[in-house]
Ligand binder design. Structure first.
Ligand SMILES: O=C1O[C@H](COP(=O)(O)O)[C@@H](O)[C@H](O)[C@H]1O
Length: 329
């Protein structure tokens, strides 16, 4: 039985990244021009080659490839975090790359601290994890060291079709040998408020026992968060314009009026999301291209940010996009 948190039991076209904290007073940083940057391109010899754009804060501006249409990341983003954007020919290739990325981080963290704390979301993300359940990853990952959490969960029984746990169990967890005691699902016998409080208590206990790291700002610091994004720009159960976007103290909170059904959910807050050592934002399909464009385009004139634009981890942020999702960049 899994652990309840109450303790009961292709061609990639480009990558942009920009360094943490462009110094605001630097002559190199002139919003809204962002910064003078140089971009280099490298491709990797592999069945599908991955082209990578690197952006670093030096004094010339230009893209070496003339055909891409990516814009600079927004100044707001540039000030706060380091982001990489990878675009793959298909969701199939994206899933392969996501599996490699996750397996590498798993190996690094387990080597460093003997455990890997990974947070998943619900929705389409789970399908994109399927390559982890296949060779070579399924045989090489130290699954016994994994600790799995949910960035959000719907307050429904675990066997309900809306349950993010059920989705993850059927699509991923049932296919890999993670010890059930390392899978931290919510207590579905509680109310939304009770379940959020219970999950937060669970996280605090795991910080005390050393399974979970803690950030300098005293929020839990997960090794990797795998986030999906809704077509409205929501991440976790943090929806555009909702007051929960502004939560600054709690680790886990609840919502009873989610605009997307079901209405009752629990969710990690932005301080927890942004304390992560690494975040992968995984978005596939042309149906989300307009939000990807809004999120990665110039937001200097935009007064209200989308939830996805607030994702800004202490560590590294990597966008995994398929061609469809990136089609408006
Ligand atoms: O309701 C939710 O939606 C988001 C996005 O889902 P997607 O199917 O559009 O990828 C998901 O990340 C979140 O975990 C889930 O509860």
């Amino acid at each position: 039985m899994d652990s309840d948190c109450d303790g009961r039991t292709g061609q990639s076209k480009f990558v942009l990244f920009h360094p943490t904290g462009f110094p605001n007073k630097s002559p190199l940083f002139q919003p809204p021009m962002v910064a003078a940057i140089t971009i280099s391109f490298r491709s990797l010899p592999s069945p599908y080659s991955v082209g990578i754009w690197e952006v670093s804060p030096v004094c010339s501006v230009g893209y070496r490839r003339s055909d891409h249409r990516a814009r600079f990341p927004s100044p707001a983003m540039a000030e706060s975090t380091k982001a990489k954007v990878e675009v793959f020919d298909s969701e199939e290739v994206l899933a392969e790359s996501l599996a490699k990325y996750t397996a590498n981080l798993s190996s690094n963290f387990i080597g460093e601290r003997g455990a890997f704390t990974i947070v998943v979301s619900g929705g389409s993300l789970i399908k994109s994890l399927r390559k982890l359940t296949e060779s070579p990853h399924v045989d090489s990952i130290h699954w016994s060291k994994w600790h799995v959490f949910w960035v959000d969960e719907r307050v429904v029984p675990k066997d309900h079709d809306d349950s993010n746990y059920k989705l993850a169990y059927e699509g991923f967890l049932s296919k890999v040998p993670i010890p059930p005691g390392n899978v931290y699902s919510i207590n579905d016998a509680l109310s939304a408020e009770g379940a959020a409080h219970d999950y937060q208590t669970c996280l605090k206990n795991l910080v005390k026992s050393g399974v979970l790291n803690i950030s300098e700002t005293r929020f839990p610091k997960f090794d990797l968060m795998l986030l999906g994004m809704g077509p409205d720009g929501h991440v976790a159960s943090l929806f555009p314009g909702h007051e929960l976007m502004n939560e600054k103290e709690k680790w886990v909170t609840f919502i009873k009026d989610s605009p997307k059904p079901p209405p009752e959910r629990i969710t990690f807050t932005f301080p927890v999301i942004n304390s992560s050592a690494s975040i992968a934002l995984v978005v596939a399909g042309a149906g989300k291209a307009h939000v990807v464009q809004a999120a990665l385009g110039d937001t200097s004139q935009v007064s209200e940010k989308l939830p996805v634009q607030i994702v800004s981890p202490e560590g590294e942020l990597t966008w995994f996009l398929d061609k469809g999702a990136a089609s408006k960049l």
